[in-house]
Write a protein that binds this ligand. Structure first.
Ligand code: MG
Length: 168
């Protein structure tokens, strides 16, 4: 019965953390001395989410659609890239149904910002907070060294086909 109603995608992204950059996660600015280095604003959470959504919708990946060789995407806020992604998905009558996100970083602590990030994602995606999973884990001294801090994010996305009942 559910065949053709839901579509699944997985995304991953990683960025180095550098001094003098702002840290954005899920479109929310997190106060910290370092930020994710990248061509856009380096929002690793939104990048993983976008890639998972594009994949679920059968589109090329974020680097193909929004290449960092293109000056129009230099320092662009990733929430704008997400909006472009939502439009592409909507062209296929697809909408975000549920997302699950895992951040991996040593610092700063993200738990105090869970509700703020979920709220912002909810308004960007049109989802209620219980459809958004979010948690953070540390590298446990295995993934990142102190002189090379980084942040990564894993994203699982479920899309729903809006006109599904029409196809029955
Ligand atoms: Mg990225």
């Amino acid at each position: 019965m559910l065949e053709g109603r839901f579509f699944f995608g997985f995304g991953f992204d990683i960025h180095p953390l550098k001094e003098g950059r702002k840290l954005y996660l899920g479109g929310v600015e997190i106060p910290y001395s370092q930020g994710a280095y990248g061509h856009s604003d380096g929002d690793v959470l939104l990048h993983a989410l976008i890639d998972a959504g594009l994949s679920a919708g059968g589109f090329p990946d974020i680097g193909t659609l929004f290449p960092d060789s293109d000056p129009q995407f230099k320092d662009i806020r990733s929430s704008l890239l997400l909006q472009k992604t939502l439009k592409l998905l909507l062209s296929k009558n697809l909408k975000f149904y549920q997302v699950d996100l895992t951040l991996v970083l040593d610092a700063p602590p993200i738990a105090p910002f869970y509700s703020q990030i979920k709220e912002n994602l909810g308004s960007l995606l049109g989802l209620s907070p219980e459809k958004i999973g979010l948690k953070a884990r540390r590298g446990e001294g295995i993934l990142f060294s102190q002189d090379k801090p980084a942040i990564m994010c894993f994203a699982l996305v479920v899309l729903e086909k809006l006109d599904f009942s029409d196809t029955l």
